[in-house]
Write a protein that binds this ligand. Structure first.
Ligand SMILES: Cc1cc2nc3c(=O)[nH]c(=O)nc-3n(C[C@H](O)[C@H](O)[C@H](O)COP(=O)(O)OP(=O)(O)OC[C@H]3O[C@@H](n4cnc5c(N)ncnc54)[C@H](O)[C@@H]3O)c2cc1C
Length: 351
């Protein structure tokens, strides 16, 4: 079998990149070992333009968010499903200090921060002592539908291998790649945290970050918004909500921890006035990095090997834009944004 590109991994990165390359008329083969707790499968799927306690805009959001919204809408139409909907965050300020911080910041971020209409309507659902701030617009991606539908499409096109890729069994020269019966011009790794040990890219400043979430049923809670107060409640499938998350830099295993479950349930009992039932507890590692910028592009020495990784907490907003940039680079040679291009690490990757 001869293809232009082997793509390892079908998380959000491998999905977008394979889709872009096919749209550009290139042939791909995707190799993905389906694992239940990959980062994309555990993620809540939120695109939030405002970040942190200081409530500042996330990097390049003015470009990334409109691009992502259009990309999910177009891909959803192509797949015959809705992949994205607007779902603003309602931030229930937990302290008077946060009320003040929001009031001070809001005049400078009027494009994204506002006071919600009819804030008292939420009194029937939540217990809260202070005001609510709204982040508008935020977007919610249906990641499971995206992964499932694209996987089915790859299967129908007979360009998916559901298998573990083994690097030691791959022959790589600067000109070409050979793996089992497949010959390709290039191989692109979209394998998330599994790729941190890849000898071609292991010197990059990767950082593992563990996140956990509960899946709870709250039948009568409106699904119009994402609700936030220390924990975030995100509409999930059917009448379920995703409750998360942690940002753990030091951890000894990637399993769900009883401590997180206890804290999250205690908070919900205090905050949500409706009965809830916990159905599941998920955990995964985010493929983060010290720079908080993605890793996109070809290895500076072995140019038949590429990387699309390092999305950290922002895979939903970063991957659509940079998949297009990467595909355009591969097909037309147009440059990748220097802050994202993996060649900013040429020195350490050449060692
Ligand atoms: C709790 C949590 C909440 C999050 N919430 C959000 C959010 O709301 N918004 C947001 O934008 N981001 C969020 N993220 C981050 C987001 O999930 C990641 O940025 C993104 O999913 C990374 O995607 P990826 O494709 O790089 O990796 P992954 O999703 O991990 O995909 C890698 C794929 O490669 C496959 N693979 C790996 N090695 C091999 C191999 N050797 N052979 C074959 N297949 C292989 C894996 O099975 C997997 O399918 C969250 C993450 C977590 C953990």
């Amino acid at each position: 079998m001869q293809v232009d590109y082997i793509i390892v991994g079908q998380g959000i990165c491998g999905s977008f990149l394979s889709h872009e390359l096919i749209k550009a008329g290139r042939s791909v083969l995707v190799i993905d070992e389906s694992k239940p707790f990959s980062s994309t499968k555990v993620a809540s799927g939120v695109i939030n333009p405002i970040t942190g306690r200081r409530m500042v805009r996330t990097w390049e959001i003015e470009t990334l968010m409109p691009y992502a919204v259009a990309a999910y809408q177009a891909w959803g139409e192509e797949l015959g499903v809705e992949l994205i909907r607007q779902c603003n965050i309602l931030d229930f300020h937990p302290t008077p200090q946060m009320v003040l911080a929001f009031a001070e910041r809001q005049p400078f971020e009027q494009e994204y921060l506002r006071h919600p209409q009819n804030p008292d309507q939420w009194k029937q659902f939540f217990t809260y002592d202070f005001t609510i701030g709204e982040v508008d617009p935020c977007w919610l991606i249906d990641l499971h539908t995206l992964l499932d539908k694209w996987r089915a499409s790859l299967q129908a096109q007979q360009i998916l291998r559901e298998d573990a890729f083994v690097l030691e069994e791959c022959q790589i020269t600067r000109e070409a790649v050979r793996y089992q019966d497949i010959q390709a011009q290039k191989i692109i790794f979209c394998d998330g945290v599994a790729g941190f040990n890849n000898p071609y890219f292991k010197n990059l400043p990767y950082a593992r970050n563990k996140g956990q979430a509960l899946i709870v049923r709250i039948p009568d809670l409106p699904r119009s918004n994402i609700f936030k107060q220390s924990f975030t409640l995100v509409p999930w499938r059917e009448d379920l909500f995703w409750v998360g998350s942690t940002y753990e830099w030091n951890f000894t295993d990637t399993n769900p921890s009883p401590d997180f479950r206890n804290k999250a349930e205690a908070h919900l009992q205090h905050w949500v006035k409706l009965p809830f039932e916990t159905l599941d507890h998920l955990a995964a590692e985010r493929p983060a990095n010290m720079e908080r910028r993605p890793f996109v592009g070809l290895h500076p020495v072995t140019t038949s090997v590429g990387l699309f990784n390092g999305m950290g907490t922002k895979g939903c907003s970063l991957s659509p834009y940079f998949a297009t940039e990467f595909a355009n680079y591969l097909v037309h040679g147009t440059p990748i944004l220097p802050q994202a291009d993996v060649r900013r690490f040429t020195k350490i990757l050449s060692r």
